[in-house]
Design a protein around this ligand. Structure first.
Ligand code: DGT
Ligand code: CA
Ligand code: CA
Length: 539
């Protein structure tokens, strides 16, 4: 933890005490402490690790020394955590609005008992805030802008929902004369299931001209800032886009830095320090000498690491694996030989045609109704067709069809469609029992991104059972499901449980859901052998 991170915690503590109306001397003590830590040339994290007696340093008494120790060793500050519980979250959020400090927030709270950004906006708009001393039109305007900004900051978009506009903007920028390279970095490049904003990097002859052109893109609704090397806009759907100019020499370092994740960057930077190097968005330095930065490959090579694909950059062991040359060989789009869940409906012909065009070798055609079996068997295709029945798993882990009735289907799926709130132990038992009757467990967690976190289960027990019984877990590839998610995919892989990405296509377009599932599988370290979609014979 850096000095400035420690200082931030102390200074937030001062702010919250101030909002609470605590003794000004106490508030000032925390503020001074924050300033002292921020301005110190000593590395407090290091000193604490070396068990150095901090009270030996000028200005640090017993209390502050204990606070710093707590913050460095636990990453948290119990006094601050306590305050956070006492003060409405809305008031804490208000601290990030330019022009509103703790004193003003307290005044607003005392006068109107406002506790949310929504209420703050209302009072700013209806002229109530103006009544407070010092709240002129300029400040009110700032507050309104700040509220808008903060609310947008909370929105995250599904990766699949920004893909189209992201690729369109990439092309739009590349069309501009003098623009050489455009890359969309950040969580978008890491193919995270949701993205907060888009981080675009460009190399251009004349950035000011590109920036002008960028802010004139047809879907830009608001230009938030426009600087010498960076511009920020909001699109008509509130998606934020940051555009940054970078130079050719440092492109690799910039791309690496802005691809993140933050946790990955921090780990890389730490490693560099241990090697006597310095890494930032401009390059890798030995002393004052720049030794790398032109390409990402060069960045990793200089660190003594294999190239790490963006999907893996979450500080989940990828740096260690890159060091030891045992990174996974991630599954690729052309490894996928078939889709094992498209629905039998009126669009089935177009789905089959499209699957043939896509170059698949097999297709699993799924129904929930056993009467469809004969019709599925009659379908003609160059592809190998599998008949798939999707059964409902009841409360006790039994299926809605008896074994005898479904025996002629090639593959049996089971899915939980009700009783989502069972106790964890019971829910886990239910699923493990169901595994006895099925080949593939559909959307194991039953989540819906940003809407429902899913059922409560002992996932590791389910993995163990699936491994023992040689059952397959599904990766539901629908854009708002992605269930299993990346970290569970990684666990399944580590347990030796095979998985299957399913598109759930009900028409030809939805066959392309496969890509979202593939993104998630790659983020979960999946290799070819971990997925049955890549195999010819898996039954
Ligand atoms: P998002 O936009 O919330 O989906 O997530 P990201 O990962 O795109 O994050 P964003 O847009 O805040 O920043 C883009 C990248 O810039 C991030 O992945 C890593 C880098 N970055 C941003 N802030 C910091 C920081 O404070 N420290 C370090 N080391 N890297 C940072
Ligand atoms: Ca971002
Ligand atoms: Ca950003």
């Amino acid at each position: 933890m850096s000095n400035s991170e420690i200082a931030k915690i102390l200074s937030l503590t001062a702010d919250l005490l101030d909002i609470k109306g605590e003794n000004p001397f106490k508030v000032r003590a925390y503020r001074n402490a924050a300033r002292l830590v921020e301005g110190s040339s000593k590395d407090f994290e290091k000193l604490v690790k070396e068990e150095f007696d901090l009270t030996k340093l000028p200005g640090i008494g017993h209390d502050l020394s204990e606070y710093i120790k707590e913050i460095v060793t636990t990453g948290k500050f119990s006094k601050l955590e306590e305050l956070k519980k006492q003060i409405p979250l809305g008031l804490i959020d208000m601290l990030s609005i330019e022009g509103l400090g703790p004193k003003r927030i307290k005044e607003i709270y005392d006068a109107f008992h406002i506790t949310s950004l929504e209420e703050l906006k209302k009072y700013a708009q209806n002229g109530e805030l103006d009544k407070l001393p010092g709240f002129g039109p300029k400040l009110i305007e700032k507050i309104l802008k700040g509220v808008k900004q903060l609310k947008k900051a909370g929105i995250r978009f599904l990766w699949a929902d920004v893909e189209e506009v992201a690729e369109e903007i990439r092309k739009y920028l590349l069309d501009f004369p003098g623009v050489e390279i455009v890359d969309i970095a950040g969580s978008y490049r890491r193919r995270k299931e949701t993205v907060g904003d888009l981080d675009i990097l460009v190399i251009a002859d004349d950035y000011m001209k590109v920036s002008e052109y960028f802010t004139n893109y047809k879907r830009v609704k608001e230009v938030y800032s426009k600087g010498l090397t960076r511009s920020t806009v909001f699109l008509d759907n509130s998606l934020q886009i940051d555009l940054r100019a970078v130079t050719k020499e440092s492109y690799g370092s910039a791309l690496h830095y802005f691809t993140g994740s933050k946790a990955h960057n921090i780990a890389i930077r730490k490693m560099a320090i241990d090697m006597g190097l310095k890494v930032n968005e401009y390059g890798i330095y030995k002393g004052t000498k720049r030794i790398a930065g032109k390409s990402e490959e060069e960045v990793y090579e200089t660190m003594g690491l294999r190239y790490i694909e963006p999907e893996l950059r979450e500080n989940r062991g990828e740096i260690e694996a890159a060091k030891n040359n045992n990174l996974p060989k991630l599954v690729r789009e052309d490894d996928i030989k078939g889709d094992l869940k498209v629905y039998f409906n009126k669009n089935i012909k177009e789905i089959i045609d499209e699957a043939e065009k896509k170059g698949y070798e097999f297709l699993g055609i799924c129904t929930k109704n056993i009467e469809d079996l004969e019709k599925i068997k009659k379908l003609k295709s160059k592809l190998k067709i599998y008949s798939v029945i999707e059964c409902k798993i009841d409360k006790n882990g039994e299926l809605n069809y008896s074994k005898d009735k479904i025996k002629d289907f090639d593959i049996v799926y089971g899915s939980v469609e009700d009783n989502f709130n069972l106790d964890k132990v019971i829910q886990t038992k239910r699923i493990i029992n169901a595994l006895n009757h099925i080949d593939v467990l559909s959307h194991p967690i039953c989540r819906k991104i940003q809407k429902f976190d899913g059922i409560d289960i002992e996932f590791e027990q389910i993995l163990k059972a699936a491994k023992e019984k040689n059952k397959i877990l599904e990766i539901d590839a629908r854009r708002d499901r992605l269930d299993l998610d990346d970290s569970k995919i990684k666990l399944a892989k580590e347990t030796g449980v095979r998985m299957c990405i399913n598109s759930y296509a009900t028409n030809k377009k939805e066959l392309y859901n496969m890509k979202y599932g593939l993104n998630q599988a790659r983020r979960g370290w999946a290799e070819r052998e971990d997925l049955i979609n890549t195999l010819k014979n898996f039954i």
